[in-house]
Design a protein around this ligand. Structure first.
Ligand code: CTP
Length: 478
């Protein structure tokens, strides 16, 4: 990459950086921009997350800068770590003093000593994250790249500055970060660094699940998430972190009949959906849609391989998985459960005849998530047979049109039965009981099956006839 010091200087010649520069000069402290901001400058990815390393006390520099920035700056000092953060307008600026670090084997928390810039760079995760721009006025914009980060950026390589066994053992989260950066940026992990992940993978256990999941979410949100999951699988991290996913791997054959490899199928579905949506939870639904296939797999001499009810069992597995991964236990989880449990419905519909009543039921069950469900189902088409794919795509078009028409006509998407339980209980003087449930379900079914319109008076009349057949009598005239 042919970027001159002049170009770097021009890029960082902003009032904020000039002010940091001047303050560092006044304190007679060397100071550098480092890490993601520098990497992203070369990748043309604008960033407001700024890391500054000072040769000396980062907290002293940060305090002086915050004072100059005035009321708009919010300074936080982390005295135990000797680091500081300033939030200022859209910027988040982290300050550290250059460090020589060594780690205890049982913890990610380092023992820190003061060091030179190069000591600090050597202790960072990857060469592409270890480049620095000098901020002091005399050398403003000078690139310091002792570990060949620039070359690795050009060669699209993730590589540790130090012996990778040390870098990963120092902070095992970096193994996840290596995979994450490779996936986000479309880079390869340097063979040496890759092999070291395999050797050090067990140390991932000292990292908190929240941090691991944060990286996994970034992999899922990448343009082609399969890259990351294949790397996680190959390095052995996936087996430790997410054995349910590695269980999807492999093909079994019986009487000459094989089933597809559900791991690679799942990853194709995830890549397909990544082209359609940036919604993290819809992407999670794609990742988990077949998660129960291994536990439901059976060989049936007549039917071949079956995965009976894998959608429902999969939905049931999700709360436990989400708890373990420290993912939210709220409506996001319920949404993923819903999509996993319904993921086969549109496909079954287009394979059978698309009746109005089946479309109404699908709309009722999916509610507002119907469009996401359709996106998931379309992503689930990974057949290599172009004739089959064309047929599905065209049938899905028909189904989408029918969904639109029926929703406009019958408004079942967020359907609330027009006669509710309270009205039934008051009318017949009943407590909550089985009969009330039977009547409610009968009304809902009649509307979804198109026997009566979705209107109060029609539903009420229909309910009265049924109630009479059941021997119920109104306590007051309705
Ligand atoms: N770093 C490190 N080891 C880690 C985390 C961070 O060496 N486990 C260093 C890297 O030099 C990194 C910098 O700290 O560039 C800032 O870290 P962070 O803000 O987490 O990541 P970025 O590289 O800025 O990238 P992103 O914002 O995409 O996470």
């Amino acid at each position: 990459m042919n970027i001159s010091t002049e170009e770097i200087r021009a890029h960082i010649d902003t009032p904020l950086f000039r002010m940091i520069s001047q303050t560092a000069d006044e304190l007679q402290m060397e100071c550098y921009l480092i890490g993601g901001y520098v990497r992203d400058f070369f990748l043309f990815r604008p960033s407001n997350d700024i890391d500054v390393v000072a040769i000396g006390k980062g907290t002293v520099l940060a305090t002086a800068i915050a004072r100059k920035l005035g009321k708009e700056a919010h300074l936080t000092l982390f005295k135990n770590f000797g680091t500081a953060q300033i939030k200022y307008k859209e910027y988040e600026i982290e300050f550290v003093g250059a460090r020589k670090e060594s780690y205890r084997s049982d913890s990610r928390k380092p023992i820190v000593e003061d060091g030179t810039l190069e000591d600090d760079q050597r202790r960072r995760d990857f060469t592409i994250n270890a480049m620095a721009f000098c901020l002091n006025s005399e050398r403003f914009g000078e690139l310091l790249d002792p570990f060949g980060g620039m070359q690795d950026l050009e060669d699209l390589i993730i590589r540790t500055p130090l012996d990778p066994d040390i870098t990963f053992s120092d902070d095992p989260l970096r193994m996840m970060r290596a995979v994450r950066f490779a996936t986000q940026l479309g880079f390869d992990i340097y063979p040496d660094s890759f092999d070291a992940i395999d050797r050090n993978k067990e140390r991932i256990s000292i990292v908190s699940m929240e941090r691991i999941t944060e990286e996994m979410n970034k992999i899922i949100l990448s343009p082609k998430p399969s890259v990351g999951f294949i790397l996680l699988e190959k390095t052995g991290l996936l087996e430790i972190l997410f054995p349910e996913l590695t269980a999807l791997k492999g093909v079994e054959t019986k009487e000459g009949v094989g089933h597809k490899d559900n791991f690679y199928h799942t990853l194709s579905v995830l890549d397909n959906i990544a082209r359609e949506t940036d919604d993290l939870w819809l992407r999670w639904s794609a990742l988990l849609h077949d998660i129960a296939k291994p536990v439901t797999k059976r060989w049936d001499p007549k039917l071949g391989w079956t995965f009976h009810n894998h959608n429902f069992i999969g939905a049931k597995m999700i709360p436990h998985l989400f708890r373990r991964m420290k993912l939210p236990q709220n409506e996001k989880m319920k949404y993923v459960q819903k999509l996993v449990s319904l993921h086969m419905r549109p496909m079954q519909l287009v394979e059978d005849e698309v009746t109005d009543s089946a479309v109404r039921r699908l709309l009722f069950d999916a509610g507002d998530d119907i469009d996401h469900l359709m996106t998931l189902c379309e992503a689930d088409i990974t057949s290599k047979n172009p004739v089959k794919v064309r047929r599905f795509v065209s049938n899905f078009k028909i189904l989408r049109r029918k969904l639109r028409e029926i929703e406009e006509k019958d408004r079942v998407r967020n359907f609330q039965p027009p006669v509710d339980g309270n009205e039934i209980m008051t009318l017949f003087g009943l407590p909550e009981c089985r009969e009330v449930g039977v009547l409610k379900t009968a009304i809902k079914d009649a509307i979804l099956d198109g026997i009566i319109p979705n209107e109060h008076d029609d539903a009420y009349r229909y309910m009265l006839v049924l109630a009479e057949e059941m021997g119920l009598k109104p306590v007051k005239e309705g």
